[in-house]
Design a binder for this molecule. Structure first.
Ligand SMILES: O=P(O)(O)OC[C@H]1O[C@H](O[C@H]2O[C@H](CO)[C@@H](O)[C@H](O)[C@H]2O)[C@H](O)[C@@H](O)[C@@H]1O
Length: 310
């Protein structure tokens, strides 16, 4: 056997094992939904790589009209939120639906229901009203870091401007340093520059995503915390009958998967076409499969009105 055919056999074996451990949420749909029957489903969605395919220009990560329709239909049946690494405003610009809750900056900027007396720090919450007059609460636990993020944006842009292909994205409470178009031989220099910026700003740390280095404030807050926050403000925090479904493709989504696993109820679903290290229980291969899953979920939701939300 040649080296390349051996590698192919290994990939196939790994894929088979992965699919055994993380069955397709499409094939397992009926079993999944049987477990959720009679419970309040709440849907959480990541954006990039989940609702839109990964593309080379982050500014062009548009979702299709069909996907928008699928998300709209799901949100008409169940409370639905998008939790993204992007800024909240940018995700809204892509999604353009008023029937959802939005959480940006990896959960550090959440616009959720206006529940009075939630257990979170009042100093980081403010009331907001949308164009239709609906009241929300915006929770920004990293608010104190905003001036420093702005300073770091200037510093990191200056330090990396001589490296061809770098694109810096301002995600409000965190920054994305994209290197998809950086030459392999320049990557080391880029990482070095980002690390130097962090050395000057010890209250921040770096995480890694898909061809992106992310600079984030070092507070104990991630997508999993945003999921908990939204469940509480939706009024489901203590309910044993709530059933969160979270669909995401990135490492940062693992924090939300863990929260669902710890709750012991709900489904963490990973979007990946290749085997991945994950705590998710089910898988979908790509955004097209996510759309099929959402379509089935909303069809089931509208046929089973007892679990629907107002
Ligand atoms: O939490 P997410 O909604 O998945 O956001 C994570 C990052 O997604 C975006 O970057 C990724 O998608 C881009 C468009 O497909 C792609 O060009 C890039 O290489 C990927 O890393 C977004 O631009 C980042 O700011 C988000 O943090």
């Amino acid at each position: 056997m040649t080296e390349s055919s051996f590698k192919m056999v290994m990939v196939r074996m790994k894929t088979k094992f992965y699919e055994g451990e993380h069955p397709s949420a499409l094939s397992a749909f009926n079993q999944m939904i049987n477990v959720a029957k009679g419970k309040q489903i709440v849907v959480f969605l990541d954006y990039d790589g989940t609702l839109s395919p990964i593309v080379s220009d982050p500014e062009c990560a548009f979702m299709s009209d069909q996907m928008r329709e699928a998300v709209r239909n799901v949100s008409n049946c169940f409370p639905t939120a998008i939790i993204s690494g992007r800024s909240r405003e940018k995700v809204f610009d892509f999604v353009k639906l008023n029937t959802l809750y939005y959480s940006g900056s990896h959960g550090m900027d959440t616009m959720g229901p206006a529940l009075k007396n939630n257990s979170y720090d009042i100093n980081y919450q403010r009331r907001s009203v949308d164009k239709e007059g609906n009241e929300f609460i915006v929770f920004q636990p990293a608010q104190d870091f905003l001036p420093a993020v702005k300073k770091i944006l200037i510093e990191v842009t200056k330090r990396t401007q001589h490296i061809q292909g770098v694109a810096i994205e301002d995600n409000r409470f965190c920054l994305s340093v994209h290197y998809r178009h950086v030459k392999d031989e320049d990557y080391g220099r880029l990482e070095e520059e980002v690390k130097l910026v962090l050395a000057n700003n010890p209250d921040f740390h770096m995480t890694r995503g898909k061809k992106v280095l992310e600079i984030r404030p070092s507070i104990k807050w991630n997508k999993g915390d945003a999921l908990k926050y939204l469940l509480e403000t939706l009024g489901y925090h203590k309910s044993s009958d709530v059933f969160p479904i979270y669909i995401g493709d990135d490492r940062t989504d693992e924090d939300a998967f863990k929260v669902i696993k710890e709750r012991g109820q709900g489904y963490p679903i990973i979007v990946s076409s290749t085997p991945r290290d994950t705590v998710a229980l089910h898988s979908l291969r790509n955004p097209s499969e996510v759309q099929l899953f959402l379509d089935r979920l909303s069809r089931w939701g509208s046929d089973n009105a007892t679990t629907n939300h107002q």
